[in-house]
Design a binder for this molecule. Structure first.
Ligand code: 23J
Ligand code: MN
Length: 257
């Protein structure tokens, strides 16, 4: 009984649940694109009532936020290359649960905040930890999540634009062409590097990965608590009809031994 085994492991602490989700609030950092592109707002909320005349026994709010806010999923239709593909609501639930692989480039990113993940890095990961299994989500661990409560440090934009880590063009193609990779997750504001608008093609992870019907996952928390292999990820976006993306609750089941 595999579910009973998992429940027993959760009960005795040999498997723990790690929350990969950043808190979602008015101060959650959002992407800033250069002119002339439209930008997404920060989350805001308007009170309907709070135990007052408008609702004597209840409190509730109305939210305003972009689909791509905070820890969120990118659906294939987010990008022009995936425009015939799935919206958020169409993603089969079995694709949202799977094996998790973590490629750790924390040291490289500490030395170079614009570190570009290479196809060689990904091949090295498979050589060291074994072939990536069907249905896998790959997380690019950089330590960037430690900046998530400081929007300026998190976006890290200067005169030359944002400096944040991400895959190079060849790594982007590698991820999208790997037969067993369903999704690619990062700790930064987007699945592409800060400099990726100037790559050829621009924003290659979005271009190739979403174009290949796979999913992106951004602004992850607690990536430092994940093993390179052996964990299970659960990605839970809103079932938003025609949604190009959605804030998501992301959990990992991690063996503690
Ligand atoms: C639109 C254009 C560029 C980027 C993005 C959106 C995202 O980061 C996103 O959330 O998909 S880089
Ligand atoms: Mn997005």
């Amino acid at each position: 009984m595999p579910i009973a085994d998992l429940l027993a492991a959760l009960a005795d602490g040999s498997v723990t649940v790690v929350d990969l989700t950043q808190p979602l609030s008015e101060t959650t950092p959002v992407l800033i694109l250069p002119e002339p592109f439209a930008n997404t707002p920060h989350l805001s909320r308007e009170r309907l009532s709070k135990y007052d005349d408008a609702g004597p026994a209840w409190a509730w709010d109305v939210l305003t936020f972009g689909e791509h806010t905070g820890t969120h999923l990118d659906a294939p239709i987010h990008w022009i290359t995936g425009q015939g593909g799935e919206d958020v609501a169409s993603i089969a639930p079995a694709r949202l649960v799977g094996p998790l692989r973590v490629v750790d480039k924390t040291a490289e990113t500490a030395a170079d905040p614009g570190y570009l993940l290479t196809a060689q890095d990904l091949q090295d990961h498979e050589a060291e930890h074994g072939p990536i299994e069907p249905g896998t989500w790959v997380v690019f661990r950089t330590g960037w999540g430690s900046r998530a409560s400081d929007e300026a440090a998190f976006l890290n934009a200067g005169e030359q634009g944002p400096v944040t880590p991400g895959p190079d063009v060849e790594a982007s193609r590698w991820l999208a062409e790997h037969p067993n990779i369903v999704g690619f997750g990062v700790e930064t504001v987007g699945i592409d590097a800060g400099a990726a608008g100037g790559f050829d093609p621009g924003f290659p992870v979005h271009n190739f990965l979403l174009g290949a019907g796979r999913y992106g996952l951004t602004q992850l928390a607690n990536a430092d608590r994940l093993p390179a292999t052996g964990a299970l990820i659960v990605v839970a976006p809103l079932k938003l009809v025609d949604g190009t993306g959605s804030p998501a609750r992301v959990l990992a089941f991690v063996p503690s031994t």
